[in-house]
Design a protein around this ligand. Structure first.
Ligand code: SAH
Length: 214
């Protein structure tokens, strides 16, 4: 598991590119600058790892595009020690960025194969999120409530269990919409039974699916 000078150089250029594309949160840019994205992808794909592109990670899933990771992280407004729930662990890259932001990360993945692969990788890299195999529509009722919730798959509607597990004053960032296209949506929970909603542009994610897959 190597992070070499030329990887670091490519990463600096990626960060400059994200700044040019409008990412303003310096803490997020710093976190992206620290996470060795190439180690979250299969070794044959290293040359693509610092391009601003999504990429296949197996099991029909993708590692999100760096811009999307940066954008969602910026919208989440993570403070150090915040308790963050991520739905859709995938490669673990977004979880690593959240850990670099100082969050305590709880992340759920519905595909067994990815859950196992990413659990091993995170241990190898020295990242310590709490990873769970399960259905993100249900959240993690026994570990909540959370300060922040980030969904990294395209959801057809706002899962009620997730809103229930968000603290009052907390924020949820979730791409909501059809299979083809989703609108990045931010919910700010203003009381036990009310929230404010903001929309932040169109994205395309892999779908948030029900249940688990072995
Ligand atoms: N955050 C990931 C992006 C992964 S793509 C990364 O940084 O690499 C979205 C992931 O969400 C996929 O791995 C997919 O299997 C997972 N997913 C889809 N529906 C889910 C659900 N209901 N619960 C948990 N994970 C889900």
């Amino acid at each position: 598991m190597n992070d070499l000078m030329h990887h670091q150089g490519m990463r600096r250029r990626l960060v400059d590119g994200l700044r040019t594309k409008g990412i303003r949160d310096e803490r997020v840019l710093e976190a992206i600058g620290k996470v060795p994205r190439h180690l979250f992808m299969d070794s044959g794909f290293v040359k693509y790892s610092y391009k601003d592109q999504a990429f296949p990670i197996g099991a029909g899933q993708t590692i999100s595009q760096p811009f999307t990771v940066a954008y969602q992280s910026q919208l989440l407004e993570v403070e150090p020690n915040a308790k963050v729930l991520e739905v859709g662990t995938g490669s673990g890259y977004q979880a690593a960025v959240l850990l670099e932001l100082g969050a305590k990360v709880f992340s759920i993945e519905r595909q067994k194969e990815l859950y196992v692969k990413t659990e091993n990788l995170m241990t190898e890299l020295g990242y310590r999120p709490r990873l769970f195999f399960g259905d993100g529509y249900k959240g993690l009722p026994t570990y909540g409530p959370f300060d922040r919730i980030i969904v990294t798959a395209g959801a057809p509607y706002l899962p009620e269990d997730l809103m229930d597990q968000l603290k009052v004053g907390g924020r949820m960032v979730i791409p909501l919409g059809s299979y083809e296209r989703q609108e990045m949506t931010v919910y700010i929970k203003t009381s036990e039974d009310s929230y404010e909603k903001q929309t932040k542009g169109d994205f395309v994610f892999v779908p948030m699916l029900k249940g688990t897959a072995q």
